[in-house]
Each structure stands twice: as structure tokens, then as C-alpha cells.
Design a protein around this ligand. Structure first.
Ligand code: C5P
Length: 244
């Protein structure tokens, strides 16, 4: 069955308190496809937060832990993630093939996504990490290299910028799930934003993103529910080809 526009939206619960997370779940339930539990909330509240989201909403659950460690440690952590029964989990795609494989082997029914290159990174940060000019001049090459490794290891897909989705879908095939953060609708562009490689919701789905992660434009809106609906209608326009 075809996904509806709102099902493309992943809302990150970037809060530390259970109350703030609950309040946003109540406002956005039925308006987004998935809630993302990130490090801040998970470190403060622990696995109870997964149960809380499940109780309040029938939306999917994405545990964004961005694991990165030796493969044995990642494997053991993933086995604990599998027990939580969430839909998606992340690891960093910048380590070894062995770490990626160990993550997938232990994740049970949870789909593993590899983070290729964080969307607040750009050519300057790639240079600062000591990469060759080949990657500094074209960070998307690094994204492709890491995405290849991730798929070979059995990951379901990757987290990437909307600027790279089309290239990844072409190079790796449509079955590679692409989850795109760094989403900024035109009405939410703010000077000094920390996200660097940003795209609009319509552009992301037109490029083939399977899910978009959109936080602050919804969270900081006067009416988050209305902002989520606005994003869904932009996705709809993108999918139907009527977006500018
Ligand atoms: O839309 P906004 O910038 O507020 O979204 C921030 C969320 O996106 C955070 O939860 C962050 O972890 C997540 N994210 C990101 N860049 C990535 C992967 C995830 O900003 N490459």
C-alpha cells in the first residue's frame, strides 16, 4: 500500500523530559508517521520512553542511537535494542564492515540504518577530519562509499542528506531505504541554522527519500500540529509533482 504524505514524516523527540515528549506526541499523533527517540531523551529516561511512545501512539518508533564502537560491543548493544522491538535504529557508517555486520546480525526485526555523513558536516569538516581532496571536493563520494558498505553488511538503508538521496537511489537501487534529516521548509529558513546540507520537504520526497526527519520547524512553530500538516501538504505536492 502506498504511504500517505504524513507517513513520510519522522518527528524527533528532542527533549529531556517525559512530559515535553508526551505533550508533543499528543499534539502530533496521527499527523506524523514515526517518532524518533534520540540520545537526549534515551539517556535521561531510558527504555521506559519506548513504552511511553507505544502507549500514546500507533506511529512507528525510530531509536536514533547512532552507535559506534568495536563490533562486539555494538553487537551486544544491538541485541538489547532488538528486545525493545522498535522499527528503526541507527549506527554510524564511518567504521568497519565488521561493526556494521555485527549490528545487523544482532538487531532482530529492527531495521538498521547507517548514518553516512551528518548533515551538519560539509566540505570543511570533511577536510578537518583528514580526508583526501577527492572526498573534500565531493563529500557525496564519501556518502556513497559508506552507503555501499552499509548495504553490503545487510543494513536496510542509510541516513543521508536530501541532496544525496537521488544519487544513492540511482547507484544503489530503490530498495535502499533513505531517511533524510536537514529538512527546512521555505518558511522555516533561519540565519545561522546548524544544519548545512538542507532541502525542503517537497524536494526530499521528489528525490526519493522514504522518510524525512523534521524537528525544529515543527517543534518551534506556534502550532506544531498545524506545522506538521503544512509539511504533509508540501510532501503531497512534491509527490504529485505540483510543488514548485
Ligand atoms: O529538523 P532538526 O534540525 O531540528 O532535526 C534534528 C534532528 O535530526 C535531531 O534529532 C538529529 O539527531 C537528527 N539528525 C540530524 N542529522 C543527521 C541525522 C539525524 O540532524 N545526519
Amino acid at each position: 500500500m502506498q504511504k500517505t504524505a504524513k507517513e513520510y514524516i519522522i518527528f524527533p523527540l528532542d527533549f529531556s523530559s517525559m512530559e515535553a515528549a508526551q505533550s508533543h506526541i499528543r499534539q502530533l499523533d496521527g499527523r506524523v508517521g514515526m517518532f524518533k527517540i534520540g540520545l537526549e531523551l534515551f539517556i535521561r529516561q531510558g527504555p521506559a520512553v519506548v513504552e511511553m511512545v507505544r502507549k500514546l501512539s500507533s506511529a512507528g518508533i525510530f531509536l536514533d542511537l547512532k552507535l559506534h564502537d568495536i563490533s562486539a560491543t555494538v553487537g551486544r548493544a544491538m541485541a538489547r535494542v532488538a528486545e525493545l522491538g522498535v522499527d528503526l535504529v541507527t549506527i554510524h557508517g564511518s567504521s568497519s564492515q565488521k561493526m556494521l555486520e555485527s549490528a545487523v546480525e544482532n538487531a532482530g526485526n529492527t531495521k538498521v540504518l547507517a548514518v553516512t555523513l551528518l548533515t551538519d558536516n560539509d566540505a570543511d569538516t570533511v577536510r578537518a577530519q583528514g580526508f583526501k581532496d577527492e572526498y573534500v571536493n565531493a563529500p557525496e563520494k564519501l556518502v556513497l562509499l559508506r552507503a555501499h558498505m552499509a548495504l553490503e553488511a545487510g543494513c536496510a538503508g542509510v541516513v543521508c542528506s536530501g541532496q544525496e538521496t537521488a544519487m544513492l537511489k540511482t547507484q544503489l537501487g530503490r530498495q535502499c531505504l533513505t531517511v533524510t534529516p536537514g529538512i527546512r521548509p521555505q518558511w522555516s529558513l533561519t540565519p545561522g541554522d546548524d544544519q548545512k546540507r538542507v532541502v525542503t520537504p517537497a524536494k526530499a520526497v521528489q528525490a526519493g527519500s522514504d522518510y524525512i526527519v523534521i524537528g525544529r520547524p515543527i517543534r518551534d512553530a506556534e502550532d506544531p500540529a498545524m506545522a506538521a500538516e503544512k509539511v504533509a501538504s508540501e510532501i503531497e505536492a512534491g509527490l504529485s509533482g505540483s510543488a514548485p
